[in-house]
Ligand binder design. Structure first.
Ligand SMILES: Cc1cc2nc3c(=O)[nH]c(=O)nc-3n(C[C@H](O)[C@H](O)[C@H](O)COP(=O)(O)O)c2cc1C
Length: 395
C-alpha cells in the first residue's frame, strides 16, 4: 500500500519509539517458545539503558495486580517506573495507572515528585481496566464499560487541573476537589504544559474520552485500515469538544519480528503461535469480554481478536511489523502516513532485539522519513532526533 499522507500526518517530526517494559513475568507472548526476556529489575535496568542508547524515547510499564494469561508475577508500575527513571538519563518512562485504584490527587503528587527527580521524564498511561477480578477482589467498584471512561475523563481533567492551576476545584460524578494547590508544581519545561498523559483503549467510548482529554492516544495492534478508524474517532471527538490544549498524538502497538529473511520472520511467528499456551490464552480471552465485547456497539479492545491475535495479548501481530528490517521500516512509514506519531514495540528477546531495532531498522526509517518529507514539499526536522549511542548500548 502506498497512499498519500493523511492531513493529520506530521511529516516534519521524526517518529518516536517506545517499548513495553517487561515488568510482568512470561514475556509479551503467551507461548512456551523460548523468550530471553526477564521481568526482574536488573534485566529491565540494562534494557532501559540499551533502549535509550538505541534511539528509543519512551518505555511503557504495565499495571497488573493479579495472575492472568501466564503473567503470574508482576512488579508494581509506578514504583518500577521511578526506579527505571533513576537508572537512565534520557528515556521517558510512562507508567500505566488505573483510575479507580488511585485518587487523582495522590497520583498527581506522585508524578510531580517523579518529574522533579527525573528532570521531566515521567509520564502516565491512563488505562480504564478490563480485569474485573482485580477490582472486585480488592473490594473496589467495577463500573460498566462506558461508565469507566466517564471516570477516566474526570480523572485526567483533575490531573491536568492540579498540575496547572492553583486553588483547583472540581465537582464530578466520581471525584470532588475543593480548592487544592499542589506545591511544588511540575517542572517548567518548554514545549509541555505538564507531564504527558497517554490514554490506552480502543472502543468508541475510549476514543471519545481520549479525544477530549489525552495528550496521546494509544491503541492495541491494528491493521492500517483499523487504526485509521480509531484515529477518525479520536479526531472527531477532539473536534467536538476538547478540554486539553492540543489535539492528541497517536501511538500504536506492534510486535516486532525482524529477521534476515521474510521466511525466517514468518516461521518465528508460526512457532510462537504453534507453541501458544492454550489454556492461558483461552482464560485471557474469557476475561477480556469485560473490554470491547461488553460495549453496546461491540467494538473495542479484543472485540474481534482471534486466538492467534491474543497470543500477543495487546494484538501486536496485527500491526504486521514482521519481516526483514526494510519491510518493517516500510510498514512503519505506512503507519506514519496515516497519522501515527509513535510506535510502541515488543519483542521475544527484548535486550537483543531492542538493540537490533536501533541498529538495523531505525536508520532505514529515518532515511525513509526524510524522503517522505521531501516528496511532500517539506523537511524532516533532524534537530528533534533522539541522541543514540550504540557503542554504549550494551554497557
Ligand atoms: C497501549 C495500551 C496499554 C494498556 N496497558 C494496560 C495495563 O497496563 N493494565 C491494564 O489493566 N490495562 C491496560 N490496557 C487496557 C485498558 O485497561 C482497557 O482494557 C482498555 O482500555 C479497554 O479497551 P476498550 O475500551 O477498547 O474495551 C492498555 C491498553 C492499551 C491500548
Amino acid at each position: 500500500m502506498s497512499t498519500s499522507p493523511s492531513p493529520i500526518a506530521d511529516l516534519e517530526s521524526p517518529l518516536k519509539f517506545a517499548y513495553w517494559v517487561p515488568n510482568v513475568s512470561g514475556g509479551l507472548v503467551v507461548s512456551t517458545i523460548e523468550q530471553r526476556t526477564s521481568w526482574d529489575f536488573d534485566y529491565n535496568k540494562k534494557l532501559a539503558r540499551i533502549a535509550e542508547n538505541s534511539g528509543f524515547e519512551y518505555a511503557l510499564t504495565q499495571t497488573r495486580y493479579a495472575a492472568s494469561y501466564g503473567a503470574d508475577k508482576q512488579h508494581e508500575a509506578t514504583s518500577f517506573s521511578l526506579a527505571l527513571l533513576g537508572a537512565t538519563e534520557r528515556l521517558n518512562i510512562i507508567s500505566a495507572v488505573h483510575p479507580g485504584m488511585w485518587h487523582p490527587g495522590v497520583l498527581a503528587k506522585f508524578i510531580i515528585t517523579a518529574d522533579h527527580i527525573s528532570g521531566g521524564r515521567s509520564a502516565v498511561n491512563i488505562v480504564s481496566g478490563w480485569l474485573k477480578d482485580e477490582f472486585t477482589k480488592f473490594g473496589l467498584d467495577w463500573l460498566e464499560h462506558d461508565e469507566r471512561y466517564v471516570r477516566t475523563a474526570e480523572f485526567i481533567d483533575i490531573l491536568r487541573g492540579l498540575w496547572t492551576e492553583t486553588d483547583f476545584s472540581y465537582q464530578g460524578d466520581y471525584y470532588n476537589i475543593d480548592g487544592f494547590t499542589l506545591n511544588p508544581p511540575p517542572l517548567d519545561i518548554a514545549g509541555r504544559a505538564h507531564p504527558e498523559v497517554f490514554f490506552g483503549g480502543n472502543s468508541t467510548a475510549a476514543q471519545a474520552a481520549a479525544g477530549k482529554t489525552a495528550d496521546w492516544y494509544f491503541s492495541n495492534g491494528r491493521s492500517l485500515e483499523g487504526f485509521q478508524e480509531n484515529i477518525a474517532g479520536v479526531v472527531a471527538s477532539a473536534a467536538a469538544g476538547r478540554r486539553a490544549p492540543k489535539p492528541p498524538k497517536f501511538g500504536l502497538n506492534g510486535f516486532v519480528i525482524a529477521r534476515d529473511t521474510e521466511a525466517e520472520a514468518t516461521e518465528t511467528l508460526r512457532e510462537i503461535i504453534a507453541k501458544a499456551h492454550r489454556p492461558a490464552v483461552e482464560g485471557f480471552s474469557e476475561a477480556v469480554k469485560e473490554a470491547g465485547q461488553s460495549t453496546k456497539d461491540g467494538k473495542g479492545m479484543w472485540a474481534d481478536s482471534t486466538f492467534e491475535d491474543m497470543v500477543q495479548y495487546n494484538d501486536g501481530f496485527r500491526s504486521k511489523l514482521i519481516g526483514t528490517p526494510e519491510q518493517i521500516a516500510e510498514r512503519i512509514i505506512e503507519f506514519k502516513k496515516i497519522g501515527v506519531n509513535l510506535m510502541l514495540t515488543c519483542y521475544l528477546h527484548f535486550q537483543e532485539e531492542v538493540e537490533a531495532f536501533g541498529r538495523d531498522i531505525l536508520p532505514i526509517v529515518r532515511e525513509m522519513e526524510a524522503d517522505l518529507a521531501r516528496k511532500n514539499g517539506t523537511e524532516l526536522n533532524t534537530d528533534l532526533l533522539p541522541v543514540t549511542n550504540l557503542e554504549g548500548a550494551l554497557r
